[in-house]
Design a binder for this molecule. Structure first.
Ligand code: ME8
Length: 510
């Protein structure tokens, strides 16, 4: 069976999960569900990033030990993902013993291959972003060029990774693999960045400044830079655990038995450089294959500003979920944001998208189920039910093409169009008129059978975004569970007893 390994960023354990985190994770979840439907064996990884200055400072502010803060926050993220119906296969925490061991082995191997050296660093540091900047990078009034917050000047001894030595190989890799970074605008951004000489990367912090991190195996007075530690999580979770950091350990050469390399790293565009420059060069340093693809999506913005915890303008996804339901939130986030572009969150757009669910998909289900109750005693009639086959065929092609290009918003748009077509079919066939005339019984059977069949296909198409409601609809159609797409096309539901139930997506007052 074909395998797919896909990852989200591991989120900082210093703050609550918000809508931006929810978006990336739901996008990964929907893709994982589409891939599983297609018959792939999937490893879907998410987790928390638990070391570094940001965590150390937040723990101090709350007057708890760093690990205690991380324990609490990892549970918060897991609970949020549970509430949002995220079916991850592995939740990694960077404080796990297994990960610590892999990071140590990774760094030891970089050292033994001659890619690390000791030096001194003088420059500026942004704690919220955990990023170094040089004087010339800084924004007005000595602020971070990325997030605009104040930076700190530091001077200290550090271990460095000879990242500059891999610049040419990286450029060649990006040029030879046009789809390695998508969308193209992000690929161009990285190619532009790589036109300037690449510096070396500081990979450690002296313990005199930061204690909360993984101690370098060859320098007990330093901890690993949190970004290096964090990026390695993707390798740890692949299960390709080299038992011995020695350069000739076969675990490094043979990753075939593990999930490495990852097929897709899903990230926001804020962390593109770390994933498309630091990470691949580090992998080249230890001699591991590179991930197959990086997808950097856009930002949820409010007005013109990125939604972010430290800017204090975040929308709490769990609050929206309480009001509208998990599936409605998932639908809004995935349908509203074209993959790769920014999208603006507004309560009005949320309602408009919700109404699409209620008035098109929900309404179709309710009409079909109630007409089957009323005209055929709740039993799906036995008839070919091919009235919507043309529309189904067109939809499946559109969905397949869109998912392959990660255009999930288009895949969902295509699925909703099928529900629209089915509503149009109801208007056109006028089953209420067919029901009044005994001689048209066969026509009515065909209408209802076609509509029941399209509902089965819709449960499969909407399942990756609305798993809860589609499970409910499948059960109302007398099915044991939501079928895969292939099964949905085959299944014969004539004779099934249906149940009407309450609205799948209750109407909301504006
Ligand atoms: O950067 N719109 O963690 P983080 C869309 N620990 N997505 C958003 C968003 C927004 N407004 N805000 C956040 C880190 N995200 C590191 C990652 S990975 C080895 C280490 C999402 O908690 C988006 O995926 O700051 C972004 O890249 C991520 O959250 C940053 O999460």
């Amino acid at each position: 069976m074909d395998r797919r390994y896909l990852t989200t960023p591991i989120y900082y354990a210093s703050g609550e999960p918000h809508i931006g985190h929810a978006y990336t994770t739901i996008l990964a979840d929907a893709l994982a569900r589409f891939f599983r439907q297609e018959g792939h064996d999937v490893l879907f990884l998410t987790g928390t990033d638990e070391h570094g200055q940001k965590i150390q400072e937040e723990a101090a502010r709350r007057e708890v030990a760093p690990l205690e803060l991380c324990d609490q926050m990892a549970e918060r993220f897991k609970a949020a993902w549970h509430d949002l119906d995220i079916c991850f296969d592995r939740f990694i925490r960077t404080t796990e013993a297994e990960h610590v061991r892999v990071v140590e082995a990774f760094l030891q191997r970089l050292l033994s291959r001659g890619h690390l050296y000791e030096g001194s660093y003088k420059g500026w540091y942004c704690v919220p972003d955990e990023r170094y900047w040089t004087e010339k990078d800084l924004g007005p009034g000595q602020t971070c060029p990325d997030c605009g917050r104040p930076v700190r000047e530091i001077e200290e001894s550090n271990w460095f990774f000879r990242m500059s030595a891999f610049q040419d190989d990286l450029v060649r890799h990006i040029e030879a693999n046009p789809d390695w970074i998508v969308p193209e605008v992000r690929r161009n951004e990285i190619l532009g960045f790589l036109q300037k000489p690449l510096g070396d990367l500081s990979i450690s912090r002296p313990k005199s400044r930061l204690q909360w991190g993984i101690t370098l195996p060859f320098a007990q007075d330093h901890v690993a830079y949190v970004w290096v530690d964090a990026l390695i999580n993707y390798f740890t979770a692949s299960g390709a655990l080299p038992s011995d950091p020695a350069a000739d350990d076969p675990g490094w050469e043979d990753t075939a038995a593990s999930w490495w390399p990852a097929d897709l790293h899903l990230i926001g565009k804020d962390i593109l450089t770390t994933h498309a420059v630091y990470w691949p060069t580090l992998l080249m340093g230890v001699g591991l294959p590179l991930p197959r693809q990086i997808l950097a999506h856009g930002w949820w913005v409010v007005g013109d500003t990125k939604m972010s915890k430290s800017l204090g303008n975040v929308v709490d996804p769990l609050q929206l979920r309480e009001e509208f339901g998990t599936d409605a939130l998932r639908w809004y986030l995935l349908r509203e944001m074209p993959t790769g572009q920014d999208a603006s969150y507004t309560p009005e757009r949320f309602l408009t998208r919700y109404e699409e669910l209620a008035n098109v998909l929900g309404n179709l289900a309710s009409r079909v189920l109630s007409m089957t109750m009323k005209y055929r005693g709740g039993v799906v009639p036995s008839a070919p039910g091919s009235g919507l086959d043309g529309a189904i065929g067109v939809t499946l092609d559109r969905v397949e093409e869109a998912v392959a290009a990660y255009r999930v918003h288009d895949a969902l748009g295509a699925a909703m169009d099928l529900a629209r077509d089915a509503n149009g079919y109801v208007e056109e066939r006028e089953p209420w008129a067919q029901a009044k005339d005994e001689s048209r019984a066969e026509e009515l059977d065909e209408t209802l059978a076609s509509l029941a069949r399209v509902l089965v296909v819709l449960t499969a198409l909407f399942q990756p975004v609305c798993p809860d409601r589609m499970g409910e609809l499948a059960s109302r159609l007398g099915l044991a569970g939501v079928p895969t797409l292939a099964e949905a096309l085959e299944v014969d539901i004539s004779g099934n007893e249906v149940a009407k139930g309450s609205p799948l997506f209750p109407r909301k007052d504006r």
